[in-house]
Design a protein around this ligand. Structure first.
Ligand code: HEM
Length: 129
């Protein structure tokens, strides 16, 4: 029984594949345009940052913290306008990437819940009345 989500998922190779699929979808699929336009034109830096972050977030090596210090994830997202639409596009893109990477079902429940809670916490725009 693997000790961490990081190991259960398949370590750095699997997380890199997931992150690459996530950003490939964001780059090519029109339904994620609201989050695509928030990102830089060249998203290679974004790919690396999400990969480094997720390794530690899933119980693996702390690449992100070693490079940038405490994640302060919500604070780092404050420059971007994130409401319900952006949250839902981010999650839809990640869920599709996980489907396509065939993340095992027994890990999906935990990942779906953790991504949903984290993405919702990133919202910094009140819903429109
Ligand atoms: C809720 C919708 C979200 C939107 C619209 C969003 C958007 C963005 C954008 C535009 C950036 C800047 C990219 C760059 O500087 O290259 C970013 C950075 C980042 N995002 Fe998100 N994000 C969301 C949710 C999440 C979630 C749920 C996670 C983690 C599970 C996450 C992890 C990160 C990380 C680690 C960075 C790099 C932070 C830094 O070093 O500046 N994001 N995000």
């Amino acid at each position: 029984m693997p000790a961490t989500l990081f190991e259960a998922l398949g370590g750095e190779t699997a997380i890199r594949q997931l992150v690459d699929r996530f950003y490939d979808l964001m780059e090519t699929q029109p339904e994620y345009v609201a989050i695509r336009i928030l990102h830089p034109r060249d998203m290679s830096g974004s790919r690396d940052k999400l990969f480094w972050f997720l390794c530690g977030w899933m119980g693996g090596p702390n690449h992100f913290v070693e490079r940038f210090g405490h994640p302060r994830l919500r604070a780092r997202h404050l420059p971007f306008s994130i409401g319900i639409i952006e949250r839902d596009q981010w999650l839809a893109c990640m869920f599709r990437a996980m489907d396509e990477c065939e993340v095992p079902n027994d890990l999906r429940l935990q990942l779906d819940q953790s991504f949903t809670a984290t993405a919702d916490w990133m919202r910094n725009q009140a819903p429109q009345p």
